[in-house]
Design a protein around this ligand. Structure first.
Ligand code: NAD
Ligand code: DAU
Length: 361
């Protein structure tokens, strides 16, 4: 059955990188509405939704996904067709230095959100039940690490998470599955590879390297720089999510990837070369000279690669961007949006946000 894409959806984590890109994508159709429920952690930034704040098709609520009464009252008021769960602690390095928040949000928070969603679902009329979906946005990191000759991850690959982040996401994926199998909640899960593009917080490799390069700082590469990631432009990921919501089969998981495997050192070289053209250094030398090899991340997964055959064959989704086209757009976006970068890195946004919404987190 095909879901009408014209109705309200509840997006959690919509002030973060992918959630905000998804809201922009979703609202590009004037018939659609969205509610954005976000706790506004350090990674959540309402600037990411600039231009949409005045829209009567988007409502923002600051809340935790684990806050059952806040979520329930939103569900009762808006009766959305779907919940799309983007909210998470998402940075592997932070999960190593402080795993507690990852357990709270990614496991306990998702569990509570599922409970609230189930309560709402059970009270729906039969025809509404057929339309409702809970779409959980997850990661390829749940599958662990590949060796260089291994086949890319399919949906049948066993879970072997290696960091507190990926373990917490794997737990949430299991809970989502269990709520479908045990209670009949109509869930969909997507497991995606590394995203890049506009509005990514500059703690992740690509925005960090762009930001550091133009600010004359070192470009830190963990270990030998040969770890491989499968890069996906965020707009392609957003289209994949909308496609899964529209056509995905309840209870199924879909792997989403860019068919763009690259070693970190090659990613950083590509960025440096683009910056050399777009914003040459004053001394005429290459940004590559700022590259510094640093101590490796503990438990650093060597290689991720997604086999995105199932979503292509069954739902007709394929990425549009190659790494070359996507990274050129991304570098230009960061060069044209330096104010955004300074606001999210300086803490000015955090101060404003505390004033505006208080510190209830
Ligand atoms: P992000 O860190 O940029 O944003 C996360 C958002 O969730 C923020 O706005 C934050 O304020 C919000 N949030 C955190 N805890 C919350 C809570 N308890 N209640 C409500 N809101 C909360 O993350 P992202 O990179 O946009 O990732 C979004 C989702 O996609 C995550 O679930 C992540 O695991 C998954 N994912 C990310 C990537 C990637 O490359 N970034 C790849 C695959 C999957
Ligand atoms: O694979 C999907 C995952 O991709 C998502 O689930 C995560 O939320 C997202 O953060 C991302 O995880 P990674 O750990 O792969 O992304 P990160 O940008 O932190 O690092 C990418 C690679 O670059 C990784 O091999 C570590 C390396 N790295 C990272 C940073 C921040 C460096 O070499 N130097 C750095 O400074």
């Amino acid at each position: 059955m095909s879901i009408s894409l014209s109705q309200t959806v509840l997006v959690t984590g919509g002030a973060g990188f992918i959630g905000a890109n998804f809201i922009h994508h979703w609202l590009s159709d004037p018939n659609r509405k969205a509610i954005n429920l976000d706790k506004l952690t350090y990674a959540g930034n309402l600037d990411n939704l600039a231009g949409l704040d005045a829209s009567d098709r988007l409502e923002f609520v600051r809340a935790d996904i684990g806050d059952g009464s806040a979520v329930q009252s939103l569900l009762e008021r808006h009766r959305p067709r779907a919940i799309l769960n983007f909210a998470a602690e998402s940075h592997v390095d932070r999960s190593i230095s402080g795993p507690e928040e990852f357990i709270q949000t990614n496991i306990v928070g998702t569990f509570r959100l599922l409970q609230t969603a189930l309560r709402f679902f059970r009270d729906l009329a039969e025809d509404e039940k057929k339309q409702f979906r809970f779409l959980h946005v997850s990661t390829d990191e749940v599958y662990g690490s590949l060796h260089s000759g291994d086949r890319p991850f399919t949906e049948k690959h066993p879970f072997e998470p290696n960091s507190p982040y990926s373990a917490s996401k794997a737990s949430s994926d299991h809970l989502v599955r269990a709520f479908c199998q045990t209670y009949g909640l109509p869930v969909l899960t997507t497991n995606c590879s590394n995203n890049y593009g506009p509005y990514q917080f500059p703690e992740k490799l690509i925005p960090l390297v762009i930001h550091n390069a133009i600010n004359e700082k070192a470009l830190p590469i963990y270990g030998d720089g040969q770890n491989v990631r499968d890069w996906l432009f965020v707009a392609d990921h957003c289209e994949a999510i909308a496609t899964v919501l529209e056509k995905g089969v309840v209870g199924e998981t879909y792997n989403v990837g860019g068919w763009n495997e690259m070693a970190n050192i090659d990613v950083v070289h590509t960025i440096c070369d683009l910056l050399d053209q777009e914003r040459p250094r004053a001394d005429g030398r290459s940004y590559r000279e700022q590259i510094t090899f640093v101590k490796d991340r503990p438990g650093h997964d060597r290689r991720y690669a997604i086999d995105a055959t199932k979503i292509a064959r069954e739902l007709g989704w394929k990425p549009k961007e190659t790494f070359q086209t996507g990274i050129a757009k991304t570098v230009r976006w960061y060069l044209s949006n330096e104010d955004w970068v300074s606001r999210v890195t300086s803490g000015a946004y955090r101060e404003w946000s505390e004033k505006q919404y208080g510190s209830q987190t």
